[in-house]
Design a protein around this ligand. Structure first.
Ligand code: PHE
Length: 476
């Protein structure tokens, strides 16, 4: 039985290709930029342990649910949910969360590409610096030799101040994403994942070893794994829950879409577990790569979003081989970002193919250009429109610039909403027999899965939603 997606006729060439692509989608800026940032800001250990619990109790059942819907539906997210609903005697109106997911993916793509553009610029800067180091006969010198800490920090402000530079980087990254998605599932997305993910893992391990040799690994381990439970405040728990959703790419129908290209076979439970485990290991390894370097130079782990762009380049300056490893570090983030951004573009693209009957290149182009244009608004929010507050009338977003508004609106509202509807649909509506035979879970695992998806996930996600919308409840 070869049940490729009916509307597109496309599919993965093997189970491992699917896993690689799905891990590529999950592993991204969320793991390497956002996770260490949040862990640093939230004081380390307690956040990390709570985060891991969220991934396995909440994230994993949702991963399995999304893949199940795609596997059964065999078409874009909206159509797939409709099919599962049809086979479960549930209302086709449930397919609305596929639509919410596709819109969320499209919006996330718009600012994701802008941030990836910053990474692209830093990879270029550090690459040029490394070439200079080679030319000067000292390839193993530190990064950005001779620059003061202020000068290094100034680089970020200078970049933000230049709309043209940001635009060109955003264009380059979006162009690459569009190029891959337009080529299709097996010759575009799968091929990119098969080439890029091994490179990613080699770079990641190389940089962790570098951190262990040159940095303060002991201090980083203590910071990341010794919990100080007093730091686990409600806002910290809330951000850990939200980060688990974001990092596993949940709530945007991404895994429904990727799951729809699975041709045959079951074992969805173990596949889902592999995705969740790989994503978590990468986040932890990213912490074990970044914090030893940060501590080696006595810098502040709680620097926030600029940790990667200001703190680390300075750290790389003082470390032997910093020019080389600093460059590799930004290449690593870039690789992770590409394999995620293609999954973001794929969700609306599949919708256009499945629901509108467009050809793939046309669909990818429409959504790629659309997200590019919204991204332009986001990047202008860093300079010419820095005063613009798009949802300023809403107290939650009163102080947020354009990019952070799109980020906050999708992350705080759309993703939790998508995840909530997914868990309600699978926990309460989907046909149990269909669910059990397709997922291939043992009776015990199936019982646990059903409990988590029907009760724990909706409850936890409602908490994220409500406290995200009304932060005053948490006293924040
Ligand atoms: N999971 C990706 C990351 O960690 C982000 C993402 C979210 C990708 C949603 C696809 C869908 O960077």
């Amino acid at each position: 039985m070869v049940a490729t997606a009916k509307n597109t006729g496309e599919g993965w060439s093997s189970r491992s290709a699917f896993i690689l692509a799905a891990v590529g989608a999950a592993v991204g800026l969320g793991n390497i930029w956002r996770f260490p940032t949040l862990a640093g800001e939230s004081g380390g250990g307690a956040f990390v342990i709570f985060y891991i619990a969220c991934v396995f109790l909440l994230g994993l059942p949702l991963v399995l649910s999304e893949i199940f819907i795609g596997r059964v539906g065999q078409t874009d997210a909206v159509g797939s949910i409709r099919r599962v609903a049809g086979q479960s005697n549930a209302s086709p109106a449930w397919s609305i969360f596929g639509g919410i997911g596709a819109i969320a993916a499209f919006l996330i793509l718009s600012f994701y590409s802008v941030v990836a553009g910053w990474v692209l610029y830093y990879a270029g800067t550090m690459g040029a610096d490394f070439i200079q180091a080679i030319l000067s006969g000292d390839p193993l010198r530190g990064a950005l030799a001779g620059e003061s800490r202020d000068q290094i920090q100034q680089r970020l402000s200078d970049m933000f101040a230049s709309p043209m530079l940001l635009l060109v980087m955003h264009l380059g990254f979006m162009g690459l994403t569009l190029f891959i998605v337009a080529r299709g599932v097996s010759s575009g997305i799968e091929k990119a994942a098969t080439y890029l993910m091994p490179i990613f893992f080699v770079l990641l391990l190389g940089l962790v070893i570098y951190g262990a040799v040159e940095g303060e690994m002991g201090e980083a381990l203590t910071f990341l794994f010794t919990p100080d439970w007093s730091k686990l405040t409600p806002p910290v728990m809330n951000s850990a829950l939200g980060q688990a959703l974001f990092s596993l790419s949940l709530g945007v129908a991404g895994l429904i879409t990727y799951g729809s290209y699975i041709k045959e076979g079951s074992g969805l439970g173990s596949t889902s577990a592999m995705i969740a485990i790989a994503d978590t290991c990468v986040a932890l390894l990213a912490g074990l790569m970044i914090f030893p370097i940060v501590f080696a130079v006595g810098l502040d782990p709680a620097a926030g979003p600029t940790l990667v762009f200001q703190t680390l380049p300075f750290a790389f300056q003082t470390m032997p081989g910093g020019a080389l490893f600093g460059f590799l570090f930004f290449v690593l983030i870039l690789v992770a970002a590409v394999t995620s951004s293609i999954s973001l573009l794929e969700v609306p693209t599949a919708w256009g193919i499945g629901e509108r009957g467009w050809r793939r290149p046309k669909s990818a182009l429409i959504f790629g250009i659309g997200a590019f244009v919204i991204g332009i608004f986001c990047l202008l929010g860093y300079n010419v429109w820095s005063d613009v507050r798009p949802l300023g009338f809403w107290s939650l977003f009163a102080e947020t610039d354009i990019l952070d508004t799109v980020d906050g609106f999708t992350g705080k509202i759309m993703l939790p909403l998508g995840a909530l509807l997914t868990s309600l649909f699978i926990g309460w509506k989907a046909d149990k027999r269909l669910l059990q035979t397709t997922t291939g879970l043992s009776p015990l695992s199936f019982g646990l899965f059903r409990f988590l998806i029907a009760w724990l996930c909706p409850l936890a996600v409602i908490i994220i939603l409500v406290t995200g919308l009304f932060p005053s409840i948490l006293g924040a």
